[in-house]
Design a protein around this ligand. Structure first.
Ligand code: F6P
Ligand code: MG
Length: 476
């Protein structure tokens, strides 16, 4: 905590903050979802010991739900053998053993998912069970229209990216301009893939998700990117390609959600590799199930398995017996093209998965250089570290109540100028914190429909409708 900024963090006790909505309304629904999932799985278990253990986890989840709904104190986490438990418990004590409805939002939300993880880690038969996996895969299945649309586009774009390495009869300025545009398009695909995380599914339908994911939605959302540093990010990658021609040039992606968002992250990664803007892309998943939809390593293999046989995956009847139209031969071929490119990059060591426990610790990324120095050193080797999603943005800025005109480079503290690390954040806004806005912009957005008006709440920033792309060159 001593490493975090002095600016106060958002609290679950503040009725004007999305923290309060999350703690009162959304978390109980999320825990109920976990209980339902486990219930279904336990129902099919024949091994008596495993079944009994599963039931006991269900009871503990119900207890957790009771505690949070009745505003009980957060209790110390049981030791499940992992080193971060001590850090959680120390911070819990430093925060004065708070109750669920009067605690820093960021800390308590991390605690919630870490506590759920202990229930499984401490079991004999359920250690690696991911209580959110079913939900992640079924949402990916419902992303079929957007996946097929992008798969169709990808082949053409990957080829364009490769051909723009040459001059093609165009002037160098035209080549550069075309490449910049393509880069922006890839980034936009990757950015808006974040609009659909599952912890928000408590308020979105699958139809809403499909609408959010298509090309038309992206076009009409361009104007909703209220801070856009994509060009600056492109410039550093292009410059590195020029000056470090035959050397390794790494781009890192600190992942957010599985399923469709991971799919678009891989689209961006594949494009960067094809265009020579990176020679290696390192992906950073979580090590435990996190914020419902975040990527753990198994989600990566689940995604590749689904794409290996898209016909089987997309046409398997669901639990209700609903059946699906078969994919056309062309659609199957296009998805398989993606699969083969990505597996190829993976096999060649150009697409690497590097999990680290730091990502599921309770604190802000202001703590990174001190609490995970080896990870920080590693990230400094990268040309660019892309942080995906809302939670990563909250952690970069410590989820603090900054004045919205505070520069991003200030709000990320020790990761800012001269840190040695280049930071790029792609975030659709789903929480209160926001920085780097021009003066007057927050006020203007509050006056838009459902923007919060004069209520004192920054509601425009809660729904994923608006986005920020913020960059800080920490190498200068
Ligand atoms: O909408 C709120 C929320 O659940 C936040 O608690 C969290 O920051 C975010 O959504 C998760 O979103 P993302 O998957 O984009 O990090
Ligand atoms: Mg997430």
């Amino acid at each position: 905590m001593e490493l975090d900024p002095k600016t106060p963090q958002y609290l679950t006790s503040d009725p004007k903050s999305f923290a309060s909505v999350s703690a009162h309304e959304r978390w109980p629904v999320i825990v109920t979802g976990a209980i339902d999932d486990l219930h279904r799985t336990v129902g099919d278990v024949t091994d008596e010991e495993k079944r009994a253990e599963g039931k006991s986890i269900i009871e503990n989840l119900a207890k957790l739900k009771y505690e949070l709904q009745h505003n009980r104190q957060l209790t110390p986490l049981p030791d499940d053998g992992e080193p971060d438990i001590a850090e959680y418990n120390k911070e819990l004590e430093q925060r004065g053993n708070p109750t669920w409805h009067n605690v820093a939002w960021l800390f308590s939300e991390c605690y919630l998912y870490r506590r759920i993880a202990t229930l499984f880690r401490l079991s004999k038969h359920w250690k690696s069970y991911d209580v959110f996996s079913r939900q992640k895969m079924s949402t990916f299945k419902s992303s079929r229209p957007a996946v097929l649309e992008l798969a169709g586009k990808y082949k053409q774009l990957a080829q364009e990216a490769e051909s723009s390495k040459g001059t093609d009869g165009k002037s160098p300025e035209q080549v550069e301009e075309a490449e910049k545009l393509l880069f922006s398009e890839m980034c936009e695909i990757c950015l808006w893939g974040n609009a659909t995380d599952l912890s928000l599914l408590t308020s979105l339908t699958y139809e809403d998700i499909q609408k959010l994911q298509g090309a038309e939605a992206r076009k009409s959302s361009q104007k909703n990117i209220i801070v856009n540093d994509m060009d600056a990010a492109f410039d550093v990658l292009r410059e590195a390609r020029k000056t470090k021609k035959n050397q390794e040039r790494r781009v890192d992606i600190v992942l957010d959600n599985a399923g469709f968002e991971l799919f678009v992250d891989l689209i961006l990664a594949g494009y960067l590799l094809s265009a020579g803007l990176a020679t290696t892309v390192v992906l950073h998943p979580k090590t435990i199930p996190w914020f419902v939809s975040d990527v753990i390593p198994k989600d990566f293999s689940d995604l590749l398995n689904a794409l290996y046989d898209p016909q089987a995956f997309y046409t398997a009847p669901d639990d209700t017996g609903k059946t699906y139209e078969p994919l056309s031969d062309r659609e199957v071929e296009e998805v398989k093209f993606l699969f083969s490119q990505w597996s190829h990059f993976h096999a060649e060591g150009k697409l690497v998965l590097r999990p680290h426990r730091f990502w599921t610790t309770p604190g802000s990324y202001w703590r990174l250089p001190t609490t995970a120095p080896e990870l920080f050193e590693d990230l400094k080797q990268s040309e660019l570290v892309l942080f995906k999603g809302d939670l990563n943005y909250r952690k970069l800025t410590s989820d603090a109540d900054w004045d919205p005109t505070t520069p991003f480079t200030t709000a990320i503290g020790p990761l800012g100028p001269k840190s040695g690390m280049r930071t790029l954040a792609f975030r659709t806004c789903k929480a209160d914190v926001v920085v780097g806005l021009p003066a007057g912009m927050d006020e203007k957005l509050r006056q838009t429909e459902k923007g919060g008006g004069d209520s004192g709440a920054r509601k425009w920033a809660w729904s994923g409708k608006w986005a920020v792309v913020s960059f800080c060159d920490g190498k200068v």
